[in-house]
Design a protein around this ligand. Structure first.
Ligand SMILES: O=C(O)c1cc(=O)[nH]c(=O)n1[C@@H]1O[C@H](COP(=O)(O)O)[C@@H](O)[C@H]1O
Length: 237
């Protein structure tokens, strides 16, 4: 069953809830990752490569996911001296990733270097400009008191978007209404929060203004990942 089978029997819709869904491929085996990505392709527009998959599969996985039709979200959460972050971001930009994360806790100079590097890498490779996302306060942290200063860093350094909890969205959109908002910690009603502290249901996150929901274990660790993805899309339809 795919979104088109289920919801729109006679026509193939160009847009739907899946425009707002990123699948976090948090596995350490590229074969498993690509199998999941292939199975889940009808339900997600964006595939997220995090530290686990990037460490195991290397940068080539970005191209493999792109070839499957995904926009690729490279979630490396860079945090180092500005020169190192800038150079790493330039490499990622040249590989065709659409999004890259950096920790705003690294400060304005570091985040700006990441942004410049990312855009330069993409431009040198003749690719569309990717988006730098500033991670504000991790959703595993129950204390969001650093949200405002980190948003200020993201805005001053020119981030196109931020990663935040759904519960942070009101403040984020007040301070930076133009920011693309990416929201992890998504948990449908009645599912385990695991190590996440600030969670929300898919619908609550979208209603609070999220542009892109990061969906992880609720789908990838489900007995039937496609059915779990279908249930999320249905909850948003
Ligand atoms: O940058 C992220 O994607 C991220 C930021 C954050 O604050 N919290 C967070 O959970 N993430 C990522 O979002 C995904 C959440 O996975 P689940 O908890 O399994 O839904 C993981 O890949 C995390 O690395």
């Amino acid at each position: 069953m795919t979104p088109t089978d289920d919801l729109f029997a006679d026509e193939v819709p160009e847009h739907g809830p899946w425009d707002h869904l990123a699948i976090a491929l948090d596995v350490d085996d590229v074969v498993v990752a690509l199998r999941l990505a292939t199975e889940l392709q009808p339900w997600f527009r964006v595939a997220k490569v995090g530290l686990e998959l990037f460490s195991s599969a290397g940068p080539e996985v970005i191209g493999s996911l792109h070839d499957l039709g995904y926009d690729v979200f490279c979630d490396l959460k860079l945090h180092d001296i500005p020169t190192t972050v800038g150079k790493a971001a330039r490499v990622i930009g040249s590989l065709g990733a659409s999004y890259l994360t950096v920790h705003t806790a690294g400060g304005v100079d570091m985040v700006r270097a990441g942004n410049e590097g990312l855009l330069e890498g993409a431009a040198n490779a003749g690719l569309t400009a990717p988006s730098l996302l500033g991670v504000t306060v991790l959703t595993s942290d129950p204390d969001a008191s650093q949200l405002r200063p980190r948003l200020d860093v993201a805005l001053e350094a020119g981030c196109e978007g931020v990663v935040c909890a759904a519960t942070d969205l009101a403040e984020v959109l007040e301070v930076g209404p133009e920011l693309v908002t990416v929201v992890p910690g998504i948990r449908p009603e009645g599912t385990s929060t695991d190590d996440q502290a600030r969670v929300a249901t898919p619908r609550a996150a979208i209603e609070a203004g999220a542009d892109l929901l990061v969906i992880g274990r609720v789908v990838t660790a489900a007995d039937d990942p496609a059915a779990a993805a279908a249930a999320i899309v249905e909850s948003l339809s």
